[in-house]
Write a protein of this length. Sequence first.
Length: 128
Amino acid sequence: MSKWLTQEWLDQTREMAESQPEHPGASARMQYVVTGGPDGDISYYWILTDGKIVESRLGTLEDSEVTLTTGYSDAMKIQKGELDANAAFMQGKVKVTGNMAKIMSLLPITNSPEYKKLQAEISAITEY
Protein backbone atom coordinates (compact mmCIF):
# COMPACT_ATOMS: atom_id res chain seq x y z
CA MET A 1 0.00 0.00 0.00
CA SER A 2 1.11 3.53 -0.71
CA LYS A 3 0.35 6.52 1.48
CA TRP A 4 -2.08 8.87 -0.24
CA LEU A 5 -0.59 12.06 -1.74
CA THR A 6 3.03 10.84 -1.69
CA GLN A 7 5.30 10.48 -4.72
CA GLU A 8 5.22 6.70 -4.25
CA TRP A 9 1.41 6.82 -4.48
CA LEU A 10 1.52 9.06 -7.56
CA ASP A 11 3.98 6.68 -9.25
CA GLN A 12 1.93 3.60 -8.42
CA THR A 13 -1.36 5.12 -9.56
CA ARG A 14 0.20 6.36 -12.83
CA GLU A 15 1.37 2.81 -13.54
CA MET A 16 -2.08 1.45 -12.74
CA ALA A 17 -3.65 4.00 -15.11
CA GLU A 18 -1.58 2.73 -18.05
CA SER A 19 -4.35 0.18 -18.70
CA GLN A 20 -6.90 2.93 -19.38
CA PRO A 21 -8.08 3.32 -22.98
CA GLU A 22 -6.63 6.11 -25.10
CA HIS A 23 -8.83 9.17 -25.64
CA PRO A 24 -7.42 11.12 -28.61
CA GLY A 25 -7.36 14.85 -27.94
CA ALA A 26 -7.93 14.50 -24.18
CA SER A 27 -4.72 16.27 -23.20
CA ALA A 28 -4.16 18.67 -20.32
CA ARG A 29 -1.57 20.04 -17.90
CA MET A 30 -3.37 19.85 -14.55
CA GLN A 31 -2.32 21.19 -11.16
CA TYR A 32 -3.97 19.83 -8.01
CA VAL A 33 -3.88 21.48 -4.59
CA VAL A 34 -5.20 19.62 -1.54
CA THR A 35 -5.52 22.02 1.38
CA GLY A 36 -5.70 21.52 5.13
CA GLY A 37 -4.22 18.05 5.40
CA PRO A 38 -2.36 16.67 8.41
CA ASP A 39 0.94 17.44 6.65
CA GLY A 40 -0.23 20.84 5.40
CA ASP A 41 -1.18 21.70 1.83
CA ILE A 42 -0.06 19.26 -0.88
CA SER A 43 0.44 20.23 -4.51
CA TYR A 44 0.86 17.72 -7.31
CA TYR A 45 0.31 17.67 -11.03
CA TRP A 46 -0.62 15.42 -13.92
CA ILE A 47 0.28 15.81 -17.55
CA LEU A 48 -2.29 13.99 -19.67
CA THR A 49 -1.78 13.13 -23.32
CA ASP A 50 -4.68 11.51 -25.17
CA GLY A 51 -6.24 10.51 -21.86
CA LYS A 52 -3.05 8.89 -20.52
CA ILE A 53 -1.11 10.20 -17.52
CA VAL A 54 2.42 10.67 -18.87
CA GLU A 55 3.75 12.52 -15.82
CA SER A 56 2.55 12.64 -12.22
CA ARG A 57 4.64 14.46 -9.62
CA LEU A 58 4.49 16.27 -6.32
CA GLY A 59 5.08 20.00 -6.73
CA THR A 60 3.97 22.82 -8.94
CA LEU A 61 3.60 22.80 -12.71
CA GLU A 62 4.44 26.35 -13.76
CA ASP A 63 2.58 26.19 -17.09
CA SER A 64 -0.53 24.31 -15.94
CA GLU A 65 -3.68 24.89 -17.96
CA VAL A 66 -6.02 24.30 -15.05
CA THR A 67 -5.77 24.18 -11.26
CA LEU A 68 -8.16 22.20 -9.06
CA THR A 69 -8.17 23.06 -5.36
CA THR A 70 -9.95 20.88 -2.81
CA GLY A 71 -9.97 20.58 0.96
CA TYR A 72 -8.34 17.45 2.37
CA SER A 73 -11.56 15.82 3.63
CA ASP A 74 -13.45 16.32 0.36
CA ALA A 75 -10.42 15.24 -1.70
CA MET A 76 -10.28 12.01 0.31
CA LYS A 77 -14.00 11.39 -0.20
CA ILE A 78 -13.56 11.90 -3.95
CA GLN A 79 -10.58 9.54 -4.03
CA LYS A 80 -12.47 6.86 -2.09
CA GLY A 81 -15.47 7.19 -4.43
CA GLU A 82 -17.68 8.49 -1.62
CA LEU A 83 -18.16 11.87 -3.33
CA ASP A 84 -18.57 12.31 -7.08
CA ALA A 85 -15.99 14.78 -8.40
CA ASN A 86 -18.55 16.43 -10.68
CA ALA A 87 -21.00 16.85 -7.80
CA ALA A 88 -18.21 18.23 -5.60
CA PHE A 89 -17.44 20.82 -8.27
CA MET A 90 -21.11 21.79 -8.58
CA GLN A 91 -21.32 22.12 -4.76
CA GLY A 92 -18.25 24.40 -4.70
CA LYS A 93 -16.07 21.81 -2.95
CA VAL A 94 -13.62 21.77 -5.86
CA LYS A 95 -12.42 25.17 -7.05
CA VAL A 96 -11.26 25.32 -10.66
CA THR A 97 -9.15 28.08 -12.16
CA GLY A 98 -7.75 28.26 -15.64
CA ASN A 99 -9.11 26.70 -18.82
CA MET A 100 -12.59 25.46 -17.93
CA ALA A 101 -13.05 23.98 -21.41
CA LYS A 102 -10.15 21.59 -20.68
CA ILE A 103 -11.94 20.26 -17.60
CA MET A 104 -15.22 19.92 -19.46
CA SER A 105 -13.49 17.94 -22.24
CA LEU A 106 -12.24 15.41 -19.66
CA LEU A 107 -15.63 14.70 -18.06
CA PRO A 108 -16.46 11.79 -20.41
CA ILE A 109 -13.30 10.05 -19.19
CA THR A 110 -14.05 10.53 -15.48
CA ASN A 111 -17.58 9.25 -16.01
CA SER A 112 -16.50 6.09 -17.90
CA PRO A 113 -16.87 2.62 -16.36
CA GLU A 114 -13.12 2.01 -16.90
CA TYR A 115 -12.22 5.10 -14.88
CA LYS A 116 -14.64 4.21 -12.08
CA LYS A 117 -13.10 0.71 -11.89
CA LEU A 118 -9.59 2.20 -11.78
CA GLN A 119 -10.64 4.61 -9.02
CA ALA A 120 -11.85 1.65 -6.91
CA GLU A 121 -8.61 -0.27 -7.56
CA ILE A 122 -6.51 2.75 -6.55
CA SER A 123 -8.55 3.26 -3.39
CA ALA A 124 -7.91 -0.38 -2.46
CA ILE A 125 -4.11 0.10 -2.56
CA THR A 126 -4.13 3.47 -0.81
CA GLU A 127 -3.28 4.06 2.83
CA TYR A 128 -5.32 7.06 4.00
